[in-house]
Design a protein around this ligand. Structure first.
Ligand code: ZN
Length: 326
């Protein structure tokens, strides 16, 4: 087989090899030591009621990255071996990004008062590969957080796909970033030339949800034994560990619990900016979805919403959220 590589590919692999050869590069120590207020906020945001972290003065292991997350205004000292590779991918037209893998290993609890220092090792670039999102490269790196006595506290392997977003085809979507509404029930008849590139994962655990969406219903999984509702769907009840599942049909109303306005990076098939919200249902679970039919700056915490079902292409319907008329 003849290897035909372009100069862009050669350049990318060269930068990746150079960064990998640097080995582990120490970053800037955390701006603040591990502290109780931050732990309290985290527990609150996660809905974690376990008091032992606060009582013992230790941080939840999953907070590892929190302590050393660089701010919005990053200085040159915050650069890691990963940045040059990602910048080169951007320059090569691979501007789309999606995280594909994250594995964390916890060695011990970080203790209140200790200051963590991250160290980053760029471990590889593979590609170009053809994926459903477009052609791209998988970039992998590892971060180790060191605490007092230079002890590793936690490690993380992180992998992203940097891809060249596909050109949007004819029939651009409306400015809200959503496709046109369809009737809450009944078949989708509008012909759509483009195939929406991001398909939700549908499997035995989630099939009932997507079947409901096709029928204009918002279904929430319930435990067939204790009745507790859960979302996203899963194989086992977190309350009683029963594997017997059922579902209820939600009223299709909710309020904005939290949200972000997505401006960048580009998302295949979507027009930015668009709003991604965590929607709290009166039934007691929260669902992530897009807020449509209003400008992003009109969205706020507590905003009342109703579910709406949007045809993304000939096959796919996604549940979204629109302002609820009073
Ligand atoms: Zn149960």
């Amino acid at each position: 087989m003849t290897e035909t590589r372009t100069s862009t590919e050669d350049g990318l692999l060269e930068i990746a090899e150079k960064q990998a050869a640097l080995g582990e590069v120490r970053g800037t120590p955390a701006a603040d030591p591990v502290n109780i207020p931050m732990i309290r906020h985290w527990l609150d945001a996660m809905g974690d009621t376990n008091r032992s972290y606060l009582d013992k003065g230790i941080a939840p292991p999953a907070m590892a990255q929190v302590w050393t997350m660089p701010g919005v205004r990053r200085g040159a000292k915050d650069r890691s071996p990963v940045d040059d590779v990602l910048a080169a991918l951007d320059a090569g037209g691979y501007t789309g990004v999606v995280a594909t893998n994250c594995e964390q290993t916890y060695h011990r609890h970080a203790r209140v008062g200790e200051r963590l220092t991250p160290a980053t090792r760029f471990s590889g670039l593979s590609g170009p590969k053809r994926t459903a999102l477009g052609d791209g490269y998988f970039a992998t790196w590892n971060v180790t957080w060191y605490g007092e006595g230079d002890e590793p506290v936690a490690e993380m392997m992180f992998r992203v796909l940097k891809f060249r977003p596909r050109r949007r085809r004819e029939s651009p979507a409306p400015a809200t970033g959503a496709a046109s509404p369809v009737a809450a029930t009944g078949p989708v008849t509008a012909a759509r030339p483009a195939s929406y590139p991001l398909r939700p994962a549908q499997n035995r655990d989630t099939a009932f949800f997507w079947e409901g969406v096709r029928q204009g219903e918002l279904r929430v999984q319930s435990c067939a034994d204790c009745g507790r509702l859960r979302h996203p769907p899963g194989p086992v009840c977190p309350s009683c560990r029963s594997a017997n599942r059922s579902y209820v049909v939600a009223r299709g109303e909710g309020t904005v619990f939290s949200y972000v306005v997505h401006h960048h990076p580009p998302v295949p098939g979507r027009e930015t900016p668009f709003v991604v919200a965590v929607v709290e249902l009166p039934e007691g679970v929260r669902i992530v979805g897009n807020v449509v039919d209003c400008p992003p700056d009109a969205v706020g915490i507590g905003m009342e919403l109703r579910a709406t079902y949007r045809a993304m292409d000939d096959e796919l319907i996604l549940p979204m959220w629109a302002p609820r008329e009073s």
